[in-house]
Design a protein around this ligand. Structure first.
Ligand code: FES
Ligand code: FES
Length: 241
């Protein structure tokens, strides 16, 4: 009678495995080896479908949508959503709250087009799960201006406008959110690689090199970089004046 799948060995089987297979035992015979190997292989063979079933169940669990309730405080307004746990903050903003200013460029954290400000820090919303942002204060490009007319633009928005710091505009919401957070970071003395390289680790000024370094996570396919740097420089100087 063969052993049931994955069941512990019977006393008889243990006797075979522990006694008859003892190294150096003169009674170790071909018959004994074949019998023991048969017991082991039967267990392995009958266990394979179970392993496969477990793997399938695990894969199914990973792909079955799980829901979560989150509250996102976006641009001063509290929004309650029920989302798939895998929903990114970018998709929650664009697909569920219709805030399409934040752009999906690469969806891989490489271009910065999706940059938003989360509790005062700039983040790539394509790499941030909405669940992680539960309860956080989120500012998107839609929340920077104080009204709909040109005089209501935020200082960074106005500087981008005055310095013609965009062409197609696809990267611009991310650039502006990033630059907005950059000015706050600089006020708090946050350092960059350039600060260390130049030895300005105490209250570093926003030189063009500092601006380029601190904006390096935001790619512009139109290469409007000189005007973007000029806009950030001008906004920084206005803020300091
Ligand atoms: S879309 Fe998020 S970094 Fe490119
Ligand atoms: S203005 Fe076109 S990608 Fe930056």
């Amino acid at each position: 009678m063969s052993a049931p799948p994955c069941s512990p060995p019977s006393d008889y089987e243990e006797e075979i495995l522990e006694t008859e297979l003892t190294p150096g035992d003169n009674e170790f015979s071909r018959r004994t080896f074949v019998k023991a190997a048969g017991i082991l292989s039967a267990g392995v063979a009958t266990g394979v479908p179970r392993i496969a079933a477990a793997e399938n169940a695990q894969a199914a669990a990973a792909t079955t949508p799980q829901k979560i309730s989150v509250t996102l405080k976006v641009n001063g307004k509290s929004e309650s959503l029920t989302l798939d746990t895998r929903t990114t903050l970018l998709d929650a903003l664009r697909e569920h709250l219709d805030l399409t200013g934040s752009k999906k460029g690469c969806d891989h954290g490489q271009c910065g087009a999706c940059t938003v400000i989360l509790d005062g820090r700039r983040v790539n919303s394509c790499l941030t799960l909405a669940a992680v942002a539960n309860g956080a204060e989120i500012t998107t490009i839609e929340g920077l201006a104080h009204g709909d007319d040109i005089d209501s633009l935020s200082p960074i928005q106005a500087a981008f406008f005055q310095h013609d710091a965009f062409q197609c505009g696809y990267c611009t919401p991310g650039q502006i959110c990033s630059a907005t957070a950059l000015l706050e970071e600089q006020k708090h003395g946050t350092l960059s690689t350039v600060s260390f390289e130049t030895g300005h680790t105490s209250n570093p000024q926003l030189t063009d090199d500092e601006i380029r370094e601190r904006m390096s996570g935001n790619i512009c396919r139109c290469a409007a970089y000189p005007n973007i740097v000029a806009a950030v420089r001008a906004a920084a100087r206005s803020a300091q004046a």
